[in-house]
Design a protein around this ligand. Structure first.
Ligand code: PAF
Length: 289
């Protein structure tokens, strides 16, 4: 495994791999790696000859009041985990390399960046799209691997890739959960003991919504209210949003359709948690995925 810090050295290795017809898979991260990242790396390893992992805590996707300074950074642990997953290259650029003095260029994926998490995190997805565009230009992968937990991020990046003609295929991988259902996230480590006990309420309320829909409930307002009251009752969490959206466009839905996504964000203490499920209804049999 090589740890590469400069874009020039990375491109030399990538160009050599391309000349050898190697298929290049890429997993972008901000480090503090967990089993969710591992599942992306495992899939990437299975499907490619060269596995590139980037670790860069991107300042452009944090608002000034957010957790950029506290964001967990554990280079040694990350390197160990990457080695275990047979990563070939860790790209570890510095802030000066990615955003040198005088940096002026940004990527905005309009309108969909303002929905869901974008409402309470203005500018966040501009930061995400910009860094991923830059990383794609450095790594030139054949396949980019992203996680379904950050469903809006994945959707926005897919749109950016299509709109700007990046020659890369995108694969979205399933959410990996703790035993109690909490979606894995680097930010889970911020939770106090009490908050950690309460955190599975996000997934539990999604499951409860699914059960209600299975039992025939079709009113989205009733479902959102039920989820909200569960969150209030069983946690100290402050609800940011619960939304039912079309998974193909992220457009908010007024009515249940055959396939839809329920997404939510909850602030538990200082930690903002997100989760989602995609529900598919097969005719009147109401089989749910
Ligand atoms: O999901 C993340 O870890 C980040 O948003 C990403 C995609 C690595 C961009 O900084």
């Amino acid at each position: 495994m090589r740890v590469i810090r400069s874009i020039h050295s990375l491109r030399q290795v990538i160009n050599k791999a391309k000349r050898q017809n190697k298929k290049i898979g890429f997993v972008p991260t901000m480090g503090a790696l967990h089993d969710g990242h591992r599942s992306l790396l495992k899939k990437c390893r299975r499907e490619n000859n060269l596995v590139v992992l980037s670790i860069f805590v991107n300042p452009q996707q944090f608002a000034p009041h957010e957790d950029y300074a506290q964001y967990p950074r554990d280079k040694k642990k990350d390197e160990l985990l990457a080695k275990k997953e047979n990563v070939d290259i860790i790209f570890y650029p510095s802030e000066e390399i990615m955003y040198p003095k005088g940096y002026l260029s940004y990527v905005t994926v309009e309108s969909i960046s303002d929905l869901l998490c974008g409402k309470s995190r203005p500018g966040h997805f501009k930061g995400v799209a910009t860094i991923v565009a830059k990383l794609l230009n450095c790594v030139s992968p054949d396949i980019l691997y992203l996680g379904q937990k950050d469903a809006q991020q994945a959707y926005i990046l897919k749109k950016m890739i299509a709109d700007l003609n990046f020659p890369v295929k995108v694969k979205i991988c399933p959410i990996i959960r703790e035993n109690d259902g909490l979606a894995m996230s680097s930010r889970n480590r911020y939770l106090t003991q009490q908050e950690r006990k309460e955190a599975p309420i996000l997934f539990q309320s999604l499951q409860e919504a699914k059960r209600k829909i299975l039992a025939g409930e079709r009113n989205l307002i009733t479902i959102s209210r039920l989820m909200e009251s569960n969150i209030k009752r069983y946690s100290h969490g402050k609800l940011d949003y619960i939304e039912c959206v079309d998974p193909g466009t992220l457009a908010p839905l007024a009515q249940i359709q055959k396939k839809f996504m329920i997404a939510l964000a909850v602030k538990l203490g200082k930690t903002r948690l997100i989760d989602n499920i995609i529900i598919q209804i097969y005719a009147m049999g109401q089989r749910i995925k």
